[in-house]
Unconditional design. Structure first.
Lengths: 136, 136
């Protein structure tokens, strides 16, 4: 089964307070939630545009993955997540095809989704996330 | 009016031939078109996932914008495009809010869309494109 849509796009920013007004006042989107995700060491602001969420990510720790990303590459798009069904089989297929996995098994992510990341070294520079909503 | 969806995500790759099999065989998407866009000095491979297109961009010129992007930042997501209505008014509003515009007026892009880019210095590192389909 092919992915059904882009579930979200994660964007690393230095400051949510600075970046939210661009998405609200310039683009006309509405921030509907701000949430801290402790194990990822980020504070996240969510916007919805059609089928896709925009997730702005501000690091809460200078040693966290988003802080390190910004140190190395600057602010910008951090990852892209595809909504799939059969995430376990998708991961197995990726591994068979020689793709390096960050998560060899799905784990629980935000909003109760099953998620797993593929390594950008195997995905042409794009940190790629697979998400499955088992409640659907 | 808020944007209706993510129209496309542009991804800079060194080689379409190398990258297409990842999107087809691993993710399960289907490349439905390959097109050369001469004025952007790229060859583009298109995939559709829900409302959004994935556009892989391979430079046809070592001095082109995509080649320069890869030299500086490596392969990865190059830009993100929002589908909007009233693109002219959106650009005027962006300018009023102090956003630096790459295109101060809409121009014709791929597939006959009216498009304009906002400068990543003003958009927290994300090269942001606005697109309007005037035929709709």
């Amino acid at each position: 089964m092919e992915p059904t849509h882009i579930e979200h796009i994660g964007i690393a920013v230095k400051s949510l307070d600075d970046a939210i007004p661009f998405y609200e006042d310039v683009l006309g989107l509405k921030c509907y939630s701000i949430e801290e995700v402790k194990d990822q060491k980020v504070k996240t602001a969510f916007f919805k545009v059609g089928q896709t969420k925009i997730e702005l990510l501000e690091s809460t720790d200078p040693e966290g993955p988003v802080a390190k990303f910004i140190d190395k590459r600057g602010q910008g798009i951090h990852h892209m997540a595809f909504s799939v069904s059969g995430i376990k089989e998708k991961l197995e297929r990726a591994e068979e095809k020689g793709v390096r996995l960050i998560d060899s098994k799905p784990r629980k992510g935000a909003e109760g989704l099953d998620i797993a990341f593929l390594h950008p070294k195997s995905t042409f520079g794009v940190l790629t996330e697979l998400c499955e909503d088992k409640t659907k």
